[in-house]
Design a protein around this ligand. Structure first.
Ligand SMILES: Cc1ncc(COP(=O)(O)O)c(C=O)c1O
Length: 369
């Protein structure tokens, strides 16, 4: 039994992509976002599964991620979405990635580096329609960048895009405001450049409003079967791909008042048995789950008791337990009829499912299954 392992159900990633593709329809491409090592699921394996499921493009955030992905998929359109320093720009371009641009000085640098590399660079001009992060806030400047790009032989105007700040907040009217602003830019761009890929939607937007779909959607969290609205992924036809497993390394008898872990934050209220699992915050099981989580063993939920330490956590098995050393333990995922979703763990931590799977550390091997 491995100490800590994340099993990745690649068939689920493939199926989730097929589900998303059916949601957006034939006229809209699915771009699978595999940044941050595929949200902690393993970027390369998930990219393969996503492409098998109907994704036709890939996106990452950084130049190093583009390098890790790009060379393996020379025929797939890859976009590096993040800001790039000059050295990083070279790395992204040599990996064959398209790059995001929102300033004219950076556009000139992209043209210069593309010329040096002897290959025209594909550019996606980014409009900041309200996210307030990367992108140009001025629609006139966005059009000027698009034109400059289209006129330069070292550049190819591949896309015009934006990112939505509140797609996952059903009550937010700002989502509609952003769509209206971007819609106007999209119309202007399309009237001059018919070949350009216009894109805006993340996972939440795909499910929320088909007006956001345009020519391509950029889906991350949903391809991994995580719910963009922090609910139950099954309600949107998504199947979680990641499960986190460990095992019971020891079972010990506790008298009333005995404590487990650093700081003695939990004491047995009565005689009981405590199981020790050999994983902890060094593996990404966050310390905020101390006395604030449940773990599956033999298809039943047991409370995590005491403080999560770097390499161990403890669970209260009750006085009459059939649990034995060597039994499998599941911290995220299903066992028998019971299941713990990443969304449940996130709610306990006051965070989002994205952070839960991204936070599973490099110490945990990712295996197919
Ligand atoms: C620019 C951009 N587009 C798309 C995505 C994918 O979003 P989601 O994982 O919510 O589908 C992200 C992820 O944060 C992003 O930064």
């Amino acid at each position: 039994m491995p100490r800590a392992v994340a099993r990745i159900d690649l068939a689920a990633v493939q199926r989730n992509c097929a589900r998303l593709k059916s949601e957006v329809g034939e006229g809209t491409e699915l771009c699978a976002v595999v940044k941050a090592d595929g949200y902690g699921h393993g970027a390369v394996a998930c990219a393969d599964a996503a492409l098998a499921g109907g994704a036709t493009r890939l996106a990452v955030a950084t130049a190093a991620e583009a390098e890790a992905i790009g060379h393996g998929y020379p025929y797939i359109d890859l976009l590096t979405m993040g800001a790039l320093a000059p050295e990083e720009l070279d790395m992204a371009l040599s990996a064959g990635s398209a790059v995001a641009v929102w300033r004219s000085a950076f556009l000139a640098l992209v043209a210069e580096r593309a010329r040096a590399q002897g290959r025209a660079a594909r550019v996606h001009v980014k409009y900041d329609s309200g996210m307030g992060r990367l992108g140009n806030r001025d629609p006139v400047e966005v059009m000027a960048l698009a034109r400059a790009c289209a006129e330069d032989p070292d550049l190819e105007l591949a896309g015009v895009w934006t990112h939505l700040a509140t797609a996952d907040e059903p009550e937010s009217t700002f989502f509609d405001e952003q769509l209206d602003r971007f819609g106007a830019v999209a119309d202007a761009v399309r009237s001059e450049f018919s070949e350009v890929t216009v894109h805006a939607a993340n996972s939440a937007a795909v499910f929320r409003d088909s007006r956001s779909h345009f020519d391509m959607v950029r889906c991350g969290v949903s391809i991994y079967g995580l719910d963009p609205f922090q609910g139950d992924p099954a309600e949107r036809g998504l199947r979680p791909a990641l499960s986190l497993h460990s095992y019971v390394a020891d079972v010990k008898h506790f008298e009333r008042g005995d404590s487990a872990g650093y700081g003695r934050t939990w004491r047995a209220g009565a005689e009981t048995c405590v199981g020790v699992l050999p994983l902890g915050y060094g593996d990404g099981v966050r310390r905020g789950l101390s006395n604030n989580a449940e773990v599956l063993v033999r298809g039943r939920r047991y409370p995590l008791v005491g403080t999560v330490s770097m390499d161990n956590v403890t669970i209260d098995l009750g006085a009459d337990t059939d649990v034995e050393p060597g039994d499998e333990a599941v911290l995220i995922g299903a066992q028998g009829d019971a299941a713990i979703l990443a969304e449940e763990v996130a709610a306990r931590l006051g965070t989002i499912n994205y952070e839960v799977t991204c936070g599973i550390s490099a110490r945990v091997p990712r295996v197919d299954g």
